[in-house]
Each structure stands twice: as structure tokens, then as C-alpha cells.
Design a protein around this ligand. Structure first.
Ligand SMILES: [Zn+2]
Length: 144
């Protein structure tokens, strides 16, 4: 098996993790404005300020966002905070703060590879579920 560098593994994980977030939140509106549809995976604590993998690839720290909030409103953080509390409950902000403040050893190649496989499987699950849901939707239409 080819030995990837840590930056290559981070990039591979980023791609599959963000794909998972977009699929998970595809039926929810943007976490920040609650209006426009989910188009991207947006961070609450941004990866540039919190580059440690435990925050960068944290399922509560990353949620579906519209391009407008993510790109043009710099994450629309006040709206994001309210959306997080609505989605996960009041303690989510404290939980993320605690995780953010814990110093971690850098992830090993094995840890990166494990997480990449974990999210590949989750993406497969969502893709399969989406196809089945669409198929059921079509059947319902035929029956009615
Ligand atoms: Zn938005």
C-alpha cells in the first residue's frame, strides 16, 4: 500500500469528511441562516484557527452551510452559534470549547487511515440511502 504523507492524508480525510457532512445535512437548511439550502461543509471553529484533527474533523464543529454564509459572511458565526444550540442543545458550545483547549498528540498515519475509511463507509451509507429513498418516492408516486 502506498505510504501517504500527513498533508496528503489530511487532504484525503478533508474531502471525504466534508462530503459526509454535506450528505448528512442535505435535507437541513444552512446552520447559520436557517433559510438557504446546505451547499458546503462549514466550520464553527475554523480550521485555520483550530487545525487539530479533533476539531477540524469534529461532526458537531462542522455542519451544512450555504455558500453565502460560509464565504461572504465569514461563516455568519452568530447565526452559526444559534443554529448549533438549536441542533445539538445548549452544552454544545462548551463541549467544543473543551475539546478545542485539550492539547493532543499529532494523529498517526494509522489514525488518519482509520478515519478516512470510517467516513468513506458513512458516505457510502448515505449515498445508498439517498438512492433507496428516491426509489421509494418514485414507487409512491406510481401507487398514488
Ligand atoms: Zn446561510
Amino acid at each position: 500500500m502506498k505510504k501517504y504523507t500527513k498533508p496528503q492524508l489530511t487532504e484525503k480525510l478533508r474531502k471525504v469528511f466534508n462530503e459526509f457532512i454535506r450528505l448528512r445535512d442535505q435535507d437541513r437548511p444552512c446552520i447559520s441562516c436557517g433559510e438557504r439550502p446546505t451547499q458546503q461543509a462549514g466550520h464553527y471553529f475554523h480550521a485555520s484557527r483550530c487545525p487539530q484533527p479533533s476539531m477540524r474533523f469534529n461532526e458537531k464543529n462542522v455542519n451544512g452551510q450555504c455558500i453565502y454564509c460560509n464565504k461572504w459572511l465569514a461563516g455568519n458565526i452568530q447565526g452559526y452559534r444559534e443554529g448549533l444550540i438549536k441542533k445539538y442543545g445548549t452544552y454544545v458550545i462548551t463541549d467544543l470549547d473543551v475539546i478545542r483547549s485539550i492539547k493532543q498528540n499529532p494523529w498517526t498515519h494509522f489514525e488518519f487511515e482509520t478515519m478516512i475509511n470510517y467516513y468513506k463507509n458513512k458516505v457510502r451509507y448515505f449515498e445508498k440511502e439517498t438512492v433507496e429513498t428516491r426509489a421509494i418516492g418514485r414507487c409512491d408516486k406510481v401507487i398514488k
